[in-house]
Design a protein around this ligand. Structure first.
Ligand SMILES: O=C[C@H](O)[C@H](O)[C@H](O)COP(=O)(O)O
Length: 228
C-alpha cells in the first residue's frame, strides 16, 4: 500500500470511530471515503455496530456498501447523524472543494442534511486559500452547454469540460462537469452564489460552512481540525 493510501485509511478509521449503533450514515464518494465504507462494513460484520442505515452519494459507493455489508437505503428525507466524505481541498476554516470524483451534487444534497459532516483526507488536500490548487467542479446540464460555458466564462472562469477516455465525463445524474479555474478567489460565498445563479448550472463543488470537522492524516499522525 502506498504511503498516501495508508494515511487516507488512517483518517477514515478515525471518522468511522464516531459512528454508533442505530445511526443513519451518509456514505461519501472517492478513494478516501472507500476506506470508511469498508471499515463500516467490517464493524457491521463483526457485530461491533448494529442498526446502521447507510445512504450513498454515488452509484459506486452504493455498490461498494452493498458488497461490504452496509445496509443501504435510497435518499429521501433522512436526517443523517453523520456523513463521512473526502475532499479535494480543505481551507483552514474547513471550507471545501469537492467533486473531482464527479459526485458533488449528490454529496451536497445529502450532506446538507447531516448533523455532522466529517471530512477525511490526507495532508495534500490542505490549502491556505480555497481554489489554490484544485479547480471548482461545476455540474451543468447538457442542453445548451455552449451557452452555459459562455456565461461561466463571463464570470471569469477558465477551465474546461471534464473528459474521460476522450469522451465527456458524465455524472450519475446524466450531466457534464466543467472544471472551473479562477485567477484568485477572494470571496468564495459570492462566487458560489454567482455560479449557482448561472442558468444551466446544477451544483458547484464549493462546500462552504458545511464541514464540522476533518481528520487529516499526515506522516506525523492524524490531525483533527474543527470549524471555528
Ligand atoms: O466527487 C468526489 C468527491 O467529492 C470526493 O470526496 C473528492 O473528490 C475526494 O476524493 P478522494 O478521496 O478520492 O481524493
Amino acid at each position: 500500500m502506498a504511503d498516501l493510501e495508508a494515511l487516507k485509511k488512517e483518517a477514515a478509521l478515525r471518522a468511522v470511530a464516531l459512528v454508533e449503533s442505530g445511526m443513519c450514515v451518509g456514505l461519501g464518494t472517492g478513494s478516501t471515503a472507500k476506506y470508511a465504507i469498508e471499515e463500516l462494513g467490517r464493524k457491521i460484520s463483526s457485530g461491533e455496530l448494529t442498526g446502521i442505515i447507510g445512504v450513498a452519494t454515488s452509484n459506486a459507493s452504493e455498490q461498494l456498501a452493498r458488497e461490504v455489508g452496509v445496509p443501504v437505503e435510497e435518499f429521501d428525507c433522512q436526517q443523517f447523524d453523520v456523513a463521512i466524505d473526502g475532499a479535494d481541498e480543505i481551507a483552514p476554516n474547513l471550507d471545501l472543494i469537492k467533486g473531482l470524483g464527479g459526485a458533488l451534487t449528490r454529496e451536497k444534497l445529502l450532506e446538507l442534511r447531516a448533523h455532522r459532516l466529517v471530512i477525511i483526507a490526507d495532508h495534500t488536500k490542505l490549502v491556505k486559500r480555497i481554489g489554490e490548487k484544485a479547480p471548482i467542479p461545476v455540474e451543468i446540464v447538457r442542453f445548451g452547454v455552449a451557452s452555459t460555458l459562455e456565461r461561466l466564462r463571463d464570470l471569469g472562469a477558465g477551465g474546461e469540460l471534464r473528459s474521460r477516455g476522450g469522451e465527456h465525463f458524465v455524472t450519475d445524474n446524466g450531466n457534464l462537469i466543467f472544471d472551473a479555474r479562477f485567477a484568485r478567489i477572494d470571496d468564495a460565498s459570492a462566487l458560489a452564489r454567482d455560479l449557482k445563479l448561472t442558468a444551466g448550472v446544477v451544483e458547484t463543488g464549493l462546500f462552504l460552512g458545511m464541514a464540522e470537522r476533518a481528520f487529516v492524516a499526515t506522516p506525523e499522525g492524524v490531525r483533527e481540525l474543527t470549524r471555528a
